[in-house]
Write a protein that binds this ligand. Sequence first.
Ligand code: SF4
Ligand code: SF4
Ligand code: SF4
Length: 450
Amino acid sequence: MSKVTRVATFNPPNDAWGGDAAFEGTCRRGELRGIIKINQNNCVGCDTCTAFCPTDAIRGSLGVAHKISVNRCVNCGQCLTNCPFGAIEQMSFVDTVMQKLDDPNAFVVAHPSPSVRVSIAEEFGGNPGDLTVNRLYNAFEKAGFHNYDVNFAADQTILEEGTEFIRKVRYWALGERGDDLEHMAAHPFPHFTSCCPAWIKNAETFHPQLLPHISGAKSPIQMGGALAKTWAAKYVWNVDPRNVYMVAVTPCTAKIFEASRPEFNSASQYLIRNGEIPSDTPSFQDIDAVLTARDIAEVFRRKHINPLELSDERATETMNVYTGAATIFGNSGGVMEAALRTAYFILSGNELSNPDLIAVRGYETDIVEATIPIPLKAYDGKIIEVKVAVVNGASRNIKAIVERLIDDRNKYHFVEVMNCPGGCVNGGGQPVRTMGTSWLHPLLPLPLRA
Ligand code: SF4
Ligand code: SF4
Ligand code: SF4
């Protein structure tokens, strides 16, 4: 039986989205700030949290209540899951979503990330790793949600990111030129992944010279939000897209920030441009609210639903179809592995004989490196050696690792960076155990990481 600790939450204050200024510190107009907050009455100044912060955002003397610098914080929640005194709180949209579920005009959709299906059980007394796919879908439905699995959109992210990587290989490694490749001139190797919003905020704030290297593919959740309000609203659900209310259900507190970023309103732009909604419709975000795994457990508790007591049976639905590549996004190395499978298939013309690229998995070291030989169909089978690196267990060491990568910019073709140790399975929105969620962290002794 697993024991989890309840985390204190707070509703977003009125000034959480900032004022009218285009920038306030490192946040733009409309971007949420103060998502993770130290309760000054509960903090004993033990300093534990500072060891888990990737950006040195926490300040305070020993024995004195600590504070988080909003301008340095990347919203990852690693301090929260590792504070031994439960002094760190998370901004929550549970009340907002509960109201929407009572609104008869709202078409409320739950959009669950891969990691939540293996963590939600812990909130209801199950064991870490208990898989709850259909029970989770059934719980959403019982609570009043429609279902749209993030894995469906993760497959699209893989296609986008894999195709982008192939263009980079053709331009930079093979010297090809052509209209479809010219924009790659401004996007050299190494190619960095883009799906972790804490890593993106970290790169924007502290390593802006890396931005041309970062993939242009949106995260699966953001691709899913845009698809839901355009394609799915029209062709699957047959509802007015303005009534679709997308609720991302994630292991991640940084996704709360990501959903508020002003560029993530593609659906409303598309719908206005195509005359599908009136041109004076106010812009709306692709994702309307984000709930962490802990938050959705609270929604279920308020509605007296225990997913573990529900049926594990369910018919396959259009919006819940996905491949195994989408599922491994939740683990460190998963995004890289999934994109390389696509790249291998397109460049070589063949599926990998063994799709499990075990070389890029693992979390025992800060960086996992591998070389993947790919025979090129268009070059009579000539082999290209694709050098890849997966940065994991990164939250504490990410600064040093990124600086090393910048010095060695020509060493790798493809680099995956996930903020949280071991990837999203260990995200800042997951159920919190008494010893902290980051039990994979390199600082901890091996028995706790096994
Ligand atoms: S770990 Fe918790 S109690 Fe200790 S300094 Fe950080 S916030 Fe305060
Ligand atoms: S650990 Fe993450 S959430 Fe906490 S202060 Fe640092 S960046 Fe912010
Ligand atoms: S690793 Fe995953 S859970 Fe952690 S910040 Fe990045 S996207 Fe969020």
